[in-house]
Design a protein around this ligand. Structure first.
Ligand SMILES: Nc1nc2c(ncn2[C@@H]2O[C@H](COP(=O)(O)OP(=O)(O)OP(=O)(O)O)[C@@H](O)[C@H]2O)c(=O)[nH]1
Ligand SMILES: [Mg+2]
Ligand SMILES: [Zn+2]
Length: 310
């Protein structure tokens, strides 16, 4: 025999689903409890956090071909910023914003480089943080993802393959374009071609003469400069001699650009294994030129992100 029970319907719970939450990047409507945007796969935590902020977060994109050094650069940048309170005070928003720094620092302390970033956007690390500088009156809210080089290339070659990349680049206030200095010095042009393609893509993505990419700041950072002294001494001269096409494109299309050089390790060893082939082993962590390009971009984007999003 079945006993009669009163089952409350709790249909009021459904009311929460009637109020959509808009994705911070692509504006698509999602339910209030979605973890990732159903349209572009960006974390919905960004939308929830941004809704609580007084100022609209700025977005800075770190781009570069696969193995240009994006993960190492961004992880080291966050680690350095968290240790230099006199220069910049960083407060991360959400536990997920610490994973990038944690993975990079742990890998380097165990004498290996972090793993290659997966192509799937739901596996990327996103940093959302607030930055206060002692010499500036207002704090800056910032969003920076660590995207995979292969996914960026795919989106450039076949737009809309990775909607999250297109939406993010469209809204970014500035860009850190990382280029492998060692491969340029050795005469390999793939990183150079990648960056030229990317700059063409950006120029077409938003070509508005007053607010488009031609008005936004572009920091070109030659990475792995610890292994390439010429580049560390004079990044502009290095660009002219080793990445002439890229240098010319910057001159003609991006008036607000600057060349930088960065390196994370002091000494490097190499090991060969049958399974993994040639592996770089970082022996000492000695960062150079990590904060300068970022600080320049913060200054150059100072006029953005001060208004509340409606
Ligand atoms: N010497 C030197 N090598 C570096 C440095 N940064 C990165 N590397 C080397 O470059 C490789 C790739 O670095 P990542 O940061 O993973 O590159 P990525 O741009 O994130 O690559 P994807 O995740 O595939 O897009 C590392 O495994 C290191 O071998 C650096 O500062 N100095
Ligand atoms: Mg990576
Ligand atoms: Zn979205």
């Amino acid at each position: 025999m079945t006993k009669n029970v009163i089952q409350p319907l709790e249909s009021y719970r459904l009311a929460q689903y009637a109020v959509p939450m808009r994705c911070y990047l692509c504006d698509a409507e999602n339910t209030f409890d979605a973890e990732l945007c159903t349209h572009c796969l960006a974390p919905m935590a960004l939308a929830h956090q941004a809704a609580d902020q007084e100022v609209q977060p700025r977005m800075i994109a770190t781009v570069g071909a696969s193995s240009a050094g994006k993960t190492v650069y961004l992880g080291m940048l966050m680690d350095m910023l968290s240790r230099l309170p006199a220069r910049m005070r960083v407060v991360t928003r959400g536990a997920f914003s610490i994973s990038l720094q944690q993975n990079t620092v742990m890998a380097l302390s165990q004498r290996h480089f972090p793993d290659k970033t997966a192509s799937e956007p739901d596996r990327w690390n996103w940093v959302h943080c607030q930055i206060r500088r002692p010499d500036r009156p207002n704090p800056v809210e910032l969003i920076m993802p660590d995207m995979a080089g292969e996914a960026i290339l795919e989106e450039i070659d076949h737009p809309h393959t990775y909607r999250v990349i297109g939406s993010f680049l469209k809204k970014s206030g500035g860009i850190l374009a990382l280029v492998d200095a060692i491969s340029l010095r050795e005469g390999r042009r793939d990183h150079d071609y990648f960056t030229m393609k990317l700059l063409s893509y950006l120029a077409e993505l938003d070509s508005d003469p007053r607010s488009g990419w031609c008005t936004r700041p572009v920091a070109i950072v030659f990475t792995k400069a610890d292994q390439c002294e010429a580049c560390l001494d004079n990044p502009l001269a290095f660009a002219r001699s080793h990445a002439t096409g890229l240098w010319q494109q910057c001159q003609e299309r991006f008036p607000r650009h600057r060349f930088f050089a960065s390196g994370v390790v002091g000494a490097i060893a190499y090991s060969e294994s049958i399974l993994e082939g040639h592996i770089d082993v970082p022996l000492r962590v000695e960062p150079h030129g990590i904060i300068e390009p970022f600080e320049w971009l913060l200054d150059e984007t100072a006029d953005q992100g001060n208004k509340r999003r409606r």
